[in-house]
Design a binder for this molecule. Sequence first.
Ligand code: GAP
Length: 476
Amino acid sequence: MATLTKLDDIVSLCKRRGFIFQSSEIYGGLASCYDYGPLGSELKRNVRNAWWKSTVQMRDDVVGLDCSIFMHPLVWKASGHADKFADIVTVCKKCNVRSRVDHLANAENKKAEGLADKVCPACGAVGQFTEPMPFRLMFETQMGANVDDSMTIFLRPETAQGIFVNFRNVLDTTRIKIPFGIAQIGKSFRNEVTTKRFIFRTREFEQAEIEFFCAPGTDKQWYEHWKETRFNWYLNLGIKKENLRLRPHEKDELAHYAKACVDVEYKFPFDVDDWQELEGIANRTDFDLRQHQRGMRTLNAWYEKKGDLSKIELNSESEDYQKGPLSYFDEEGKQRFIPYVIEPSAGIDRSCLAFLVDAYDEDEVNGEKRSLLRFHPALAPVKAAIFPLVKKDGLPEIARNIYDDLKKYFSCFYDEKSAVGRRYRRQDEAGTPFCITVDGQTKEDQTVTVRERDSMKQERINISQVKQYLREKLDI
Ligand code: GAP
């Protein structure tokens, strides 16, 4: 029986069971920052691993990368982030709270131009806003120990640029040929104006991005390929079809670099605007590689004259940019070009939230409410819990032996405290797919019971078969 999940249920389960905590909680917390606890860090690692497995390990045409978070400041000038990566914001004249203009709701029964009918989400005042203005989303910091030569640099707002600036390195050090992709998982940082909604939108978050390089003219076909592949990835990991959809961007929504973009959207349990972006798949054309060629030209010219690097403007593009340092020579077609790029860009934290919401369920066992997480086995933080039925008669020793053997292969949990029914409930709430119980019969015939989380069905199998049983059932 599916239940209507509330975000509050998920937040409280996450806290109660050690999935996710507020950052710096003992100091009153730091807004929009979260820490993943013992179960949450396993879940997050499993989400990362599932993404890496399907995009790098299982494919011959994608390789991995792990770039630094700090990058040369010109990277952000060339990418457009230094000048264009901003939200349009307004400040409420009554309470001084800054809001994103596109996040403001209309006042009931009022329709007016501009901001006159918009409501301040903090104090409820209507139409009391300053003129909209851009607000830069990149965090700045200083690199270098000396005041004189320290340099202003940025915390990356996306992992993608690390991939573009390594395009040549990867090409020169592998035998990979176009079409191919470079994949990366890592932290990104944005000084978001609006956070709230738990881990949905935070200022520090993790992205999983692929930049897939292809010949111009083949970009539409690869765009379709990635749309389908990424949509199916969520379905294959258990997201219900009715909670997932693809939404193409309107022209005026497109980022400055994109020719086309589609969002994989998930129906989050938010009170309003519940369909929200989980992942974006964009056709970035040859924009980024061309821009970085301009960046390289600009830096070469700067070495002659020097000056303040933070105020530098990009040089124009060279006329023969198609033959530039980031171009690609196609041996078969005997032509040189700047590759086009299709970019599937997912959020690891946002995916964790979607997987938690989608897996959450409540049912009734013997007249009592049971809350459980019906995680796909690949994502479950703990794959199997091992219990002795009672804490005597040599049962704990047998259970410990089984646990010691299984933990070499799977993430397992040993528990001998409290009644076995309560131990089952705790594992259901953690999303553990299997519980293995050692009881009196085990001593006689070397069998244990294996209880399955979703159906609660139990079967007896021999201890020697447990490892293989789990391997087959978990498909790992
Ligand atoms: N390189 C393209 C890019 O960064 P994006 O749509 O801005 O595109 C991609 O971000 C994904 O990163 C989003 O779909 C979302 O899953 C995740 N993401 C972006 N901003 C986030 C934030 N403030 N908090 C959590 N996840 C975020």
